[in-house]
Every structure is written in structure tokens, then in C-alpha cells.
Ligand binder design. Sequence first.
Ligand code: NAD
Length: 420
Amino acid sequence: MQPKTAIVIGAGDRGARAYAPYALEYPNELKIVAVAEPNKERRIKFKDTHGLPAKNCFSSWQDMMDRGKIADIAIICTLDRFHFQPTIKALELGYHVLLEKPMSPDPKECIEMARVAKKYNRQLTICHVLRYTEFWSTIKKVISDGKIGKVASLQLNENVEVMHMSHSFVRGNWNNKEKSSPMILQKSCHDMDIISYILDKKCERISSYGSLMHFKEENAPKDAPGRCLDGCPAELECPFHAGRYYLGEGRGWARKFTEDTTREGIIKALHETPYGRCVYQSDNNVVDHQVVNMEFEDGATAIFSMCGFTREQTRIVQIMGTKGEIRGNMEENSISIYDFLTKHETIIKFDNPVSGHGGGDNGIVRTFLREIDKVGETESVSSAAGSLRSHLMAFAAEKSRLNSGSSIELDDYYNSFIEK
Ligand SMILES: NC(=O)c1ccc[n+]([C@@H]2O[C@H](COP(=O)([O-])OP(=O)(O)OC[C@H]3O[C@@H](n4cnc5c(N)ncnc54)[C@H](O)[C@@H]3O)[C@@H](O)[C@H]2O)c1
């Protein structure tokens, strides 16, 4: 059987490192045939890695789309505000699309993308990679098999990890909701989605609180310059000093802002890119902590808490059913299932994942490649329609947060976009 062919739009961290490597590992299943990437260094690196002809390497997705349909699949990994247009165009041209989350920062665009995919009978899968991990798919099965009875309540903590918070959400690409999208959408849409997916019930109402508490100017050390390398007097007391961090334990993150990861290359980039900024004087405005309350159609409740001030990056979940309880920690990659009748605890420890996001990065590509042979017969594990439901939960949570935590009815919220 011939491998499926794909174009990649946006060969950044996700495009080049999360999904395209699948083609190198499984060349019998997937072949990348073209790339659109404005950053020349990234484009050339991607071209060489995948052995692409120069004529198939473009500096923008528009130039690539002008060539018409040149592959089976479009893998779209541009930044949040640049998902809508290439996705619509790719669907119109007849591509099946694997699109990074969030679908779009605009609820109307999310609804439109799902509509267009249906209209052209194309697969539009949203990269809610958690759905494809052993950790979450096992939890879903335990619930759907009835092992813990009827779920009454769920608690999920998203521990962002403090340096990850400073890197991605204070200095980095996702620090400003006008430039990318609110934290609850860009980061925690995974969480809204996984809650919705494993409970498999309609969320009826939602409310939320949260704010940007710490990473703002009033908390800057006295006389701190705008960039850490410009002689910050707090260098030794500040855990976020860019020079110490990116030349030390955070060196792995440097690939995010420079292709030259030598010491000199990193120092140069810290003088020139946003990653060298003082965390208290950035242009960030996304929250550093947020909680969301949810009520589902049968009365089940869920509480979600995202916090940037944690020592490790993980998700910790507790699901309380009428017959038993599930507890799990994603970083430990293990779950415990407790039965109230037998008082027996089953502990499942999963193998170390072979790809990012607990194995979800590879898992989504593998599943997608199989699903596109059956479009119209079965729904994708993470279809646009299913993802729309959880995206609306995230949009509604943000609306509530901005309205002092007022409760939002999700049906009314959805209809407010349909009626217009
Ligand atoms: N599924 C997940 O768990 C997960 C994790 C991290 C990020 N993301 C999402 O993935 C997306 C990409 O994030 P990233 O970390 O790879 O960012 P990135 O900045 O590393 O990559 C984005 C790339 O798009 C390129 N680009 C910009 N304009 C373009 C155009 N007109 N045509 C083609 N390419 C263009 C940029 O040059 C850049 O290389 C974001 O939407 C982000 O929210 C998802």
C-alpha cells in the first residue's frame, strides 16, 4: 500500500517536531511532500530532513495552496490566530486536515470550520492529543464500562510548572490573548476537552474565576531593566533570570527561539527575542491561575484548576463515581481504580510513552491516517464537531471569568452564535 501524502503548514515546534517525525518513523504510512514556512532556517531544515524538492518548499501557505491539491492531507500548525483561513482553503481544495488546537480564538470561526468540513465531507481532526493517550483512553473505558458506577463529580488540576509558565505564557507565543488566545482556550482547551470526552455528557452550565496575579510590572525587582542580560540587579534572587535559565536547566527550550543553540547563539537571541525580557515587564496579559466549575446534564459536576505556580508539569485527576473512584497523575503515567464494594484497588502503570503528550502526538497521526479511509462512516476520535463542544466550554468559561464568574448556560451561548 502506498503511504498517504501530506503537506505541512507551519514547520515550527509542533509541525516539525510533533507530527512530521511520524513520516520518518513510519515511511510506509506517511510521506511529507511539501512545506509552507516563512522562517527560512526552519524551512531549509525541514526540507533537508524530509528530502523535499525546492519547488515544494513555500514561504507561505497561500503560495502553496495556489498549486491546488498536491497531497492527501494538510497538517496545519500555524499559530492560533492563523488556523482559520488555511483550514477553510485546504478543506475547499479537498484535503483532509489535521489542525492544531485551538481551532480558532473566535467561536464563530470554529463553528464555520466544522460546517465546511461537513459540507465537503472531509476529515477535520483537532489535535486534542490527550484523547489518544493510554492514560486518558483507559480512564474513559473504565467509566464507560461502568466500573465506578455513575460519575458524580470530577476534579482536574492542570499543573503548568512555574518555568514553563514563564517561558510560554509570560515571555512566549501564548502570553497575550490578543496575539494568541486566552489561557483557558490555548492551554486548557485540552482540559475542557478531556473532561467532556471522558464523561461523554453534555455540559449545561459553567462559571469561572481567575486572573494574572504575579507576572506584572508592580512585582518587578527594584531597578530591573527590561531585559535580564542588561545587568539586572536581581539576577541571583530571581528564578526567572533569562540568562541563567536558558543557558542552564532551560537550555532545551532555546530551540523555541533560535536555531543556533550554542551559548553565543542563545545569548544573541536573548538580546533580540522576547525570551530575554524581564518576566515582570513583558507584554503578557493571560491569567496565571484560573478555576472553572461545570454542571452536566445528569447533575454531575466538575471542577478544573489551572495554575502556573507548580513545581512539576502534570495533570492530576480524581473521578468520583457511585461505585468507586479513579485517581490518576499524568506525569507518573499511572491510575488507581478503587471499588467501594470489594475495597480492592487496581493500580495501572503505563509504559513510558514513545512520543510527546503521553504518546498522544504519535497516536493522533496514526489514528488520523486510518480514519481518513472511512470518512462519513465513522467520526474521528477528535472530530471538529466533538471539539467544537469543548471549545465552546472554554469560550464560555472565559466569558464568565470576565463577568465576575457569572454562570453561563451553554445552549444559550451556542445559540447566540447560530442565530446571528
Ligand atoms: N496539541 C498540543 O498539545 C499543542 C502544544 C503546543 C502548541 N500547540 C498549538 O500548535 C500551534 C503551533 O504552535 P508551535 O509551538 O508549533 O508554534 P511555532 O511558533 O513553533 O510554530 C508556528 C510556525 O508557523 C509558521 N508560520 C507563520 N505564518 C505562516 C504562514 N503564513 N504559512 C506557513 N507557516 C507560517 C511560523 O513561522 C512558525 O514556524 C499553535 O496553535 C499552538 O497553540 C498545540
